[in-house]
Design a protein around this ligand. Structure first.
Ligand code: GLN
Length: 301
């Protein structure tokens, strides 16, 4: 495994096209695109890494997986009255379908759907309480205490979150938001600004693995369902391509991270800040395709 990761990191460093770092969140535009890291936490307790695996990065939309798990823990299947489970075929911040489909977002991983899950998780608590519970959950999942929120990234996003505010107000106009758009957006921008290393993220992802002896924070059925949503919706309008090239469920973030699950085998985190046209990590996607080829891991046999 270590040899495979070293090869993947070496190949990533040879790439000439690094993709484009997200710049609509000003703080993210400052990140050095040359960085690359990959970590694998295996179901039998192994931990392997290569590259900048101790450098924390902004997990952004990968946080939507953890908040979805917590929202389902709060309200169970009632969540599906407020958000769908279909791929959108559109970019992560699109407003198009929300109007056509009467304020019920297509899935919990596009921004509109994630605002509904954040709203559900927030419930009647304050943003501070909800964020505290989220951090406790992620720290317990990874068994690492040094996981924090980067306030400068959170505020940088909040100051420029015009589209996400538009989505939140649209949801509110359809009575699909119970907290104020300000509270939901404040919580959402802070959850996205959680910083983790690939080591921490790979360890946290083990909650989605079914394997003996791992921390069991989610039921078997919930893991399967979250993995199914990651497979079909985790890369937005690039989800089909990712399934085709990699064949494993994954969730990307505009910070350049991707969390991938090889069910029963391993949780994998890869990070490279430059993005492809879909807003998913370019070298991260390529690295995952290489890993899938070299290990033979795929949910399709
Ligand atoms: N915080 C980002 C946003 O809402 C998350 C998007 C992403 O990572 N794809 O725009």
């Amino acid at each position: 495994m270590q040899k495979i990761l070293d090869e993947i990191a070496a190949n990533a460093l040879k790439a000439t096209d690094l993709g484009k770092v997200a710049d609509y969140i000003p703080e993210l535009a400052k990140v050095d695109p040359k960085q690359f890291a990959i970590s694998i936490a295996t179901a039998d307790g192994g931990l392997f890494s290569a590259g900048d695996c101790d450098t924390p990065f902004s997990i952004q939309s990968i946080s939507k997986v953890f908040v979805l798990a917590l929202a389902l823990g709060k309200v169970g299947d009632a969540l599906w009255k407020r958000v769908g489970r279909e791929p959108s075929g559109l970019s992560f911040d699109s407003v198009l379908l929300l109007e056509r489909e009467n304020g019920v977002p297509r899935n919990p991983f596009i921004n509109a759907g994630a605002l509904v899950t954040t709203d559900t998780f927030l419930n009647c608590s304050t943003p501070r309480e909800a964020l505290g519970a989220l951090l406790r959950f992620v720290r317990a999942a990874s068994d690492r205490d040094d996981i924090h929120i980067d306030e400068s990234v959170a505020h940088s996003e909040l100051d420029t979150a015009h589209r996400n505010f538009a989505l939140a107000h649209y949801l509110a106009s359809h009575r699909n938001l119970t907290n104020t758009p300000e509270h939901v957006l404040g919580t959402y921008c802070h959850q996205c600004a959680i910083e983790m290393t690939t080591v921490q993220l790979a360890l946290a992802g083990r909650i989605l693995l079914d394997a003996e002896g791992l921390p069991s924070l989610l039921s078997h059925q919930r893991k399967r369902r979250i993995n199914a949503l990651m497979m079909t919706c985790g890369h937005y309008d690039g989800s089909g391509d990712f399934a085709f090239e990699v064949g494993l469920p994954g969730k990307s973030g505009v910070g350049g991270g991707i969390l991938v699950i090889a069910p029963g085998r391993a949780s994998i985190a890869v990070w490279s800040p430059g993005l492809n046209a879909y807003g998913n990590s370019k070298r991260g996607t390529e690295a995952m395709a290489e890993l899938a080829r070299k290990t033979g891991w795929s949910v399709f046999g």
